[in-house]
Design a protein around this ligand. Structure first.
Ligand SMILES: [Zn+2]
Length: 457
């Protein structure tokens, strides 16, 4: 009798022991799956959180490590991305600063806000800054900052690009709009130090902080030691002459000079990456990462003769070098990386922030919340514009219509991501389909412009 009881006890003990072991093994095996699911199922909302947008002017997505670049240009952004959503196909709505930032701030396409024309004379390095040229952002639009201010967030911007200065009405909705526009790399250093003191003093309040870094914008003059960080075969110096708007057309761009220019551009990126890391460290130090959504992006990219001889810069064209921008979003307390392949647009950022903060948008916008898109697995087309062209990215294809020269181009982005092989005469049916979609979108914008977004000034 006693023996039997003993055997039963041993059996019971073994069953319990084996069950616990099995549970632990299964938990370890399936933990990654569980946590990935929870990342998508989690309700991404927080009424009480802060918002930070860090925008880096002229930053091509494919020049960051997190987007596959071979040079170590962005170790800090890359490691930040390890705990973030990384969007592989984030598309800017305009291939130059003013149009793009207007889209970001108003969640409308350039056809609607029509704030596009910058001034060449206002760019970094220019001696003769004429602030009176170019479009202003109309008061009739409700900007992201206005929306957030109305919902009781402190709104603060620190910017280094004069093209979006308060002179052009980009300060709408910001309590403070700090402009660091001396035209040197000190502007970015000053953005960082102002940002850190802002975070320090306002960390216990609800805030929206917008930082607009400038270093990767030409002229490419990274400070030491970033100027020599990336090797190249050209030993001479390049004196970027910005009194001359056609500077790159005026010099003989040999492959060695192009290589040097790219090495300098990459040095500027690394410089800005180190600046942003100081902001990351403050967020940690002030314990803000658990109650702040952090969004890192760019207004447009840069071409280095990728498609046209003597064209270094941005604007005009709509290749992915110019409109595919980084987009990295870290939700409060996020501890995992999630790569999202489907397309999103910069106009989606305003409704994403609104959904996250549980804010109702009671005016017409053109973007969609990325949170909803992720939950619903929604695939959408994206649209971009320049002063003379419009494009649609649909599935793996891109169709560009250049109205100035009446030229159309079609690229298969899956097999030809650098857009070197124009398929317009090979894939006639597909080109027609995309051209039709583009025209439907143009027509819709025209209707919206005339009936919904009526200017009231
Ligand atoms: Zn820009």
């Amino acid at each position: 009798m006693y023996e039997n009881k003993k055997i039963d006890f041993i059996k019971l003990f073994l069953i319990v022991f084996i069950s616990i072991e099995l549970f632990i093994i299964l938990f370890i095996l399936f933990k990654p799956l569980l946590s990935n699911n929870s990342l998508l199922q989690k309700n991404y909302s927080c009424s009480d959180c802060n918002v930070i947008i860090i925008l880096i002017d002229t930053l091509r997505a494919d020049h960051l490590g997190v987007y596959g670049y071979e040079r170590n240009t962005s170790p800090n952004i890359d490691s930040f991305a390890n705990n973030s959503f990384v969007f592989n196909n984030a598309i800017s709505q305009f291939s130059a600063t003013k149009g793009s930032i207007s889209s970001l701030f108003t969640s409308t396409y350039a056809s609607i806000h029509k704030t596009r024309k910058g001034s060449h004379k206002t760019r970094k390095g220019s001696v003769n800054r004429n602030f009176s040229l170019g479009d202003s952002l109309p008061d009739s639009f409700i900007t992201l900052a206005e929306l957030l201010k109305k919902n009781n967030l402190i709104t603060h911007a620190i910017i280094a690009n004069p093209i979006i200065s308060s002179y052009f009405n980009f300060n709408q909705g910001f309590d403070v709009y700090e402009e660091k526009i001396s035209g040197t790399n000190y502007d970015d250093i000053n953005i960082t130090s102002s940002a850190i003191s802002f975070l320090n003093s306002e960390r216990n309040k609800n805030f929206f902080l917008y930082l607009h870094y400038m270093a990767p914008h030409s002229p490419y003059y990274p400070p030491k030691p970033y100027d020599k960080l990336f090797s190249n075969s050209y030993s001479g110096e390049i004196n970027f002459n910005y009194k001359n708007n056609d500077f790159f057309k005026s010099i003989n761009l040999t492959p060695e000079i192009i290589e040097k220019i790219i090495a300098l551009y990459d040095g500027d990126i690394r410089f800005v990456d180190d600046q942003i890391n100081l902001v990351f460290r403050s967020l940690e130090e002030f314990n803000l990462l658990n109650n702040t959504i952090v969004i890192i992006t760019a207004d447009h990219g840069e071409e280095f003769e990728d498609h046209h001889k003597n064209f270094i810069g941005h604007g005009g064209y709509l290749y992915d070098t110019l409109i595919r921008v980084p987009l990295i979003i870290r939700f409060p307390g996020q501890k995992e990386k999630k790569v999202i392949k489907y397309q999103v647009e910069l106009i989606d950022i305003m409704p994403t922030i609104a959904e996250f903060l549980n804010i109702q948008i009671n005016h017409r916008i053109q973007g969609e919340s990325i949170i909803t898109m992720i939950k619903d697995d929604k695939i959408k087309s994206t649209f971009s514009e320049s002063g003379r062209a419009k494009s649609i990215r649909f599935n793996n294809y891109k169709f560009i219509k250049d109205f100035k020269y009446d030229v159309s181009k079609l690229f298969d982005l899956e097999i030809d991501p650098f857009e070197q092989f124009n398929l317009i005469s090979k894939e006639v049916e597909l080109a027609d389909e995309l051209e039709n979609k583009l025209y439907v979108w143009i027509k819709k914008n025209k209707y919206l412009e005339e009936n919904i977004f009526v200017k009231n000034e």
